[in-house]
Ligand binder design. Structure first.
Ligand code: NZQ
Ligand code: ZN
Length: 391
């Protein structure tokens, strides 16, 4: 087990009706003025917006609001949110929605506490020194942003999607009511399943560190997500399945599933170039395309590790004579599952032309200024090779 530091300070309120306590919870922290931030309107359709507004009013919490955080949230709206926070002396940013509304809220919260272009944080040119606190009411199980230290934003002018990590991005509290995810479409549910799996598998299929406890936690997250995913897609109102996905999502990306191992999320970095350039692509769908390709490219660097994944996660039989067969069986099982839940597994299915591969690879290396660490250093050539396997 290699050395690690674990910090996951978000207070989680889990279960039915917990969102109705939002006013009381914020009051308990002593905040009086809130920015209510949400997405494109699903919370109005489901009635959640009215419930949140009522709870805030009942507790005497003053609020201003900003809707419109789009999937793959953009910098322009973040800047608007920062302006509102400064003008209205907002004390806490409350995100109600999926990862996009939450990430947008996180960057607003960091930006509102500084006097500079918020893109400096996303492009890692400046490290945040403070932030307004963020609270979340999660409506989609996927990104783990409700507990994670990262925030991902697209600069719509540069068509660049970038994430940055900071403890200031960790929400102060998150309300997780699985019932709020009953209305998520089958496609977005499947995207979420993939994202949860990838946050775990990308930390699992790495090189350095022996961490049996972490491995077993990761396998539990993966296996329960695979099973609950099937149930939730069959019956979207199955509370236990939705609850499993929701909690698995939070655990998959709060750091727990990577402790004691060395990891760098190569497929995530490559996927961000896809959904950065093609805003209609959902993050989970992009991952369902990139991850199998990365696996096919990378398994040879650590066949025993890929065999462990195949055997323990997918119940593949171990071929002791030729372990490579087992590693490949694990990759095939992953692809089969993605297809079963309705995810694309090729760039073609995402309508992404082959001639955009070069630009995505250039952006991923910051135009030659970085490589992605992992089993090998992934430069432009390696990223192109992986993207070609996505065709
Ligand atoms: O915008 P609204 O109208 O709310 O609709 C959303 C959106 O269209 C809808 N939706 C959400 N909850 C719903 C619902 N529809 C019906 N019922 C509900 N209860 O679902 C659509 C997708 O929402 P979005 O928030 O975009 O999805 P997701 O949670 O997957 O977030 C994706 C974003 O998070 C980033 C991704 O890159 C992407 O930009 N990520 C953030 C991470 C983090 N901060 O830790 C880690 C991830 O790896 C990821 O990169
Ligand atoms: Zn992700």
């Amino acid at each position: 087990m290699i050395n690690f530091e674990f910090y996951s300070p978000t207070r989680v309120f889990f279960g039915r009706d917990q969102h109705k306590r939002i006013g009381e919870i914020i009051k308990g922290y002593g905040f009086k003025k809130v920015l209510l931030h949400y997405g494109g309107g699903s919370i109005k359709k489901t009635g959640l917006y009215d419930e949140v507004v009522k709870a805030l009013n009942d507790s005497g919490i003053d609020f201003v609001e900003l809707g419109g955080a789009q999937p793959n949230p953009i910098l322009g709206l973040v800047k608007k949110g920062i302006e509102i926070c400064k003008k209205e002396n907002v004390e806490l940013v409350l995100a109600v929605g999926g990862g996009s509304a939450i990430d947008s809220a996180k960057v607003i919260a960091v930006g509102a506490a500084h006097d500079c272009d918020p893109w400096l944080f996303s492009s890692k040119k400046k490290v945040p020194e403070r932030a307004l606190p963020v609270g979340t009411i999660l409506t989609l199980s996927a990104t783990g942003s409700e507990t994670s230290s990262s925030a991902v934003i697209t600069n719509e002018e540069l068509k660049l999607k970038r994430g940055f990590n900071s403890d200031f991005n960790r929400p102060l509290f998150s309300i997780l009511n699985p019932e709020l995810t009953f209305t998520v479409s089958p496609y977005q549910t499947a995207c979420g399943i993939v994202d949860i799996m990838m946050h775990t598998a990308e930390r699992y299929l790495t090189q350095k560190g022996e961490a049996e406890v972490t491995d077993r936690i990761a396998e539990a997250v993966l296996k329960s997500t695979i099973m609950a995913g099937r149930v939730a897609l069959k019956n979207p109102r199955d509370y236990e399945a939705r609850a499993t996905l929701m909690w698995a999502g939070s655990l998959s990306h709060n750091g727990l599933t990577g402790l004691g191992r060395d990891y760098f999320m190569v497929s995530h970095q490559i996927e961000h170039e896809i959904s950065g350039m093609f805003e209609e692509v959902a993050h989970g769908a992009g991952l369902a395309v990139v991850f199998p390709a990365w696996m096919k490219y990378a398994y040879k660097f650590n066949i025993p590790r890929f065999c462990q994944y195949a055997v323990r996660v997918w119940n593949c039989e171990m071929d002791y004579e030729n372990p490579e067969n087992t590693a490949i069986a694990g990759i095939e099982a992953t692809i089969k599952y993605f297809k079963e839940i309705g995810m694309p597994t090729t760039l073609r299915e995402l309508n992404i032309p082959e001639d955009s591969i070069e630009e995505m690879a250039e952006k991923c290396t910051d135009y030659g200024n970085r490589t992605l660490p992992g089993y090998i250093e992934y430069g432009k050539k390696e990223i192109i090779d992986i993207l070609k396997l996505c065709l």
